[in-house]
Design a protein around this ligand. Structure first.
Ligand SMILES: *[C@@H]1O[C@H](CO)[C@@H](O)[C@H](O)[C@H]1NC(C)=O
Ligand SMILES: *[C@@H]1O[C@H](CO)[C@@H](O)[C@H](O)[C@H]1NC(C)=O
Ligand SMILES: *[C@@H]1O[C@H](CO)[C@@H](O)[C@H](O)[C@H]1NC(C)=O
Ligand SMILES: *[C@@H]1O[C@H](CO)[C@@H](O)[C@H](O)[C@H]1NC(C)=O
Ligand SMILES: *[C@@H]1O[C@H](CO)[C@@H](O)[C@H](O)[C@H]1NC(C)=O
Length: 391
């Protein structure tokens, strides 16, 4: 079993391998019987915002759905994702041999037998008003929790009834054994930044946002969830959205807006601490904190290493230094000197980090997925396929 785990780590073609080799030794000496065991997650329940939305917003608000070229790289059609292809949550599902997650909000063709996705683009942890052009979604984390609270007994009822719908619902035991994944918080910061809050005010709201986050996680635990995989928030100050709206903000040595990333870091430090407390409160849960910030930031610090170029420039956007505009988004059309200009894809999204100014390309998502799933960026340092509760 240990062999299996160590072999697996060799798949990752990066310098993390040495760190992982250490991890093999550490886990072996800890508890060889359990430490080497892969988790057999039968389902995934995901909560979050656009970074993990597989079509929830599109189903609810057709006017806001991502249009082509979104989806072109992998799905060859818009697939409810703000991306040219797959999201990190898609790579996770594939790694467990599970189907892509159906959005809870989609009443057409949804198959929840292996989980459900409650994430919705524009979602915040605390319900927020829109900030100018930046729209938020009404499906806050608290509402996503309520949807899950409804989902669980209804799924049981529908399975019990038999008929065509029964097989589209998860089995009862899947709820305890599933992986519960989270990627949310960035929009809480964005709303503050693009609204009229100062950086200090946004930063001061962070402890409240994080405490709301962990309260919701606890509520989901109380419904039977035991294995949690929780992403921290990415380097928001590296996104064309922030770089364009705050042109004069001081940049760091990798071209990112420093103060904005500091607030993201403050969110992450708060979250990491809060999850450490939660781990003590809920000893029967496996709670994994995932430092997705560091992995995403490395794409801006060292793009060539991963085969990327122009990391701060949107592939599918319009105008300015960062190919980003507040008034027209990817797949939209804008009028310039009486001519209609379609906002399409750059030529090679596979060598680009940022898709539309806010979201990452499929290529970047794949790199991020590979790195976070290895266990080198998680607390505790456990790979994705071992991040389950030990019985
Ligand atoms: C629902 O998904 C499961 C798991 O992928 C699959 O085996 C099953 O055939 C699907 N059901 C339908 C009706 O598509
Ligand atoms: C989170 O904040 C919202 C306000 O946006 C509040 O209604 C909700 O009760 C809070 N949830 C938790 C679990 O603290
Ligand atoms: C910020 O304040 C300005 C001036 O008071 C106002 O015009 C603008 O609508 C405000 N923006 C937001 C997002 O509240
Ligand atoms: C943000 O707030 C934290 C306290 O939660 C403080 O330690 C940190 O210095 C603040 N950072 C900024 C950039 O204001
Ligand atoms: C900017 O976006 C346009 C679509 O509006 C795209 O054609 C172009 O290639 C992008 N520019 C860069 C440098 O990626």
């Amino acid at each position: 079993m240990i062999m299996e785990f160590c072999t697996l780590t060799k798949l990752f073609h990066n310098p993390l391998v040495s760190a992982l080799a250490l991890l093999c030794i550490a886990t072996t000496s800890l508890n060889p019987a359990t430490a080497s065991k892969r988790c057999d997650f039968p389902a995934i329940f995901n909560f979050g915002a656009s970074n993990a939305d597989t079509g929830g917003l599109a189903a609810s608000f057709p006017f806001a759905q991502p249009k082509s070229p979104n989806g072109d790289t992998f799905f060859h059609r818009p697939a409810g994702r703000f991306c040219d292809g797959r999201l990190i949550i898609d790579f996770m599902a594939q790694s467990f041999g599970l189907p892509f997650l159906s959005p809870y909000l989609d009443s057409m063709g949804s198959n929840f037998s292996r989980g459900a996705n409650f994430a919705s683009a524009g979602s915040t942890i605390r319900l927020q008003q829109a900030a100018g052009q930046f729209r938020t979604s009404p499906f806050s984390l608290g509402l996503q929790y309520q949807q899950f609270e409804r989902f669980k007994p209804n799924a049981k009822f529908i399975r019990g009834q038999g008929g065509v719908f029964a097989a589209l619902m998860p089995k009862k035991e899947y709820f305890d054994e599933a992986l519960y994944t989270f990627d949310i918080g960035q929009n809480d910061l964005t709303v503050g930044f693009l609204g009229n809050m100062t950086l200090q005010q946004v930063n001061a709201s962070v402890p409240d946002i994080v405490s709301n986050f962990t309260s919701n996680i606890k509520n989901i635990y109380n419904l039977g969830a035991r294995s949690f995989w929780i992403h921290n928030t990415g380097p928001i100050g590296c996104l064309p959205l922030i770089l364009t709206n705050f042109e004069s903000a001081e940049r760091d040595m990798y071209g990112c807006a420093k103060a904005y990333n500091e607030v993201a870091n403050s969110f992450n430090q708060n979250l990491k601490k809060a999850l450490a407390h939660l781990r003590k409160d809920l000893p029967t849960a496996a709670i994994t904190y995932v430092d997705i910030y560091s992995v995403k930031y490395s794409l801006f610090r060292d793009p060539k290493k991963y085969g990327f170029e122009l990391p701060h420039v949107a592939c599918c956007g319009y105008g300015g230094k960062y190919n980003f505009s507040n008034s027209v988004s990817c797949g939209g059309t804008t009028k310039v000197n009486d001519n209609d200009i379609f906002v399409g894809s750059c030529e090679r999204p596979s060598v680009r980090v940022i898709w539309d100014g806010i979201h990452y390309t499929e290529a970047a998502n794949k790199v991020v997925y590979d790195q976070i799933s290895s266990g080198a960026f998680t607390d505790p340092p456990i790979p994705l396929n071992m991040a389950c509760r030990r019985k």
